[in-house]
Design a protein around this ligand. Structure first.
Ligand code: AMP
Length: 196
């Protein structure tokens, strides 16, 4: 099963993706986590990505695509994966589709977490005090929301037009309840899902 987790900054997509990946029995591949790891290890990619991430912009497609392609080539990712934060632009989606096409596979399902802007802002500012992410500021959030609408929302249209199932999930409420909403929606589409 190849699934994508979508949602604006602060929608809880990272939290939900890690839980849903366990239930699907596939690795959780989070582009943002991988980039933060590159920054922490002070690699060439990390040094290039950090100022862009801090300003709320997007790291260039070719760099992110190369990073994800390497990850998807690893043995644990051959039978399925839950991608979180990738693809984030239509060119990234086109490249992903071609990459999967070479392996005779494709994106099976897209989960879209939906949360109103006011709630996103409150959550991000709360996260700023607990997780210390350098892009969790009012300005960083505003910019990431603009980028989400401009560059990332069209990726949903790309998959809708391709006939891929899109699960629109209400991302407000209890974390466990949201996970169950996602799982029920995926099951409805025939995904093999475990209980814990
Ligand atoms: P996230 O943890 O998914 O919120 O990502 C944090 C930041 O990493 C984003 O605001 C971008 O600067 C960068 N980033 C993550 N995924 C991508 C991607 N697919 N393409 C470009 N930049 C990305």
């Amino acid at each position: 099963m190849i699934a994508l987790m979508f949602g604006p900054p602060g929608s809880g997509k990272g939290t939900q993706a890690s839980r849903v990946a366990v239930r699907l029995g596939v690795p959780h591949v989070a582009a943002g986590d991988m980039l933060r790891d590159e920054v922490a290890r002070d690699t060439a990619l990390g040094r290039e990505a950090k100022p862009i991430m801090d300003s709320g912009g997007l790291v260039p497609d070719d760099l992110v695509v190369r990073m994800i392609e390497g990850r998807l080539g690893q043995p644990d990712a051959t039978s399925g994966v839950l991608l979180d934060g990738f693809p984030r632009t239509v060119p990234q989606a086109v490249t992903l589709d071609a990459m999967l096409g070479r392996r005779d596979t494709n994106v099976d399902d897209v989960v879209s977490l939906e949360v109103p802007d006011d709630e996103l802002k409150a959550r991000i500012l709360k996260r700023a005090t607990t997780e210390g992410r350098s892009d969790d500021t009012a300005e960083g959030l505003a910019q990431r929301l603009v980028v989400y609408r401009q560059d990332t929302a069209p990726v949903l249209d790309h998959y809708r037009e391709a006939g891929t199932r899109i699960e629109a999930i209400n991302g407000v409420g209890d974390i466990d309840a949201i996970t169950e909403r996602i799982i029920e929606s995926l099951k409805h589409n025939g995904a093999a899902v475990g209980n814990s």
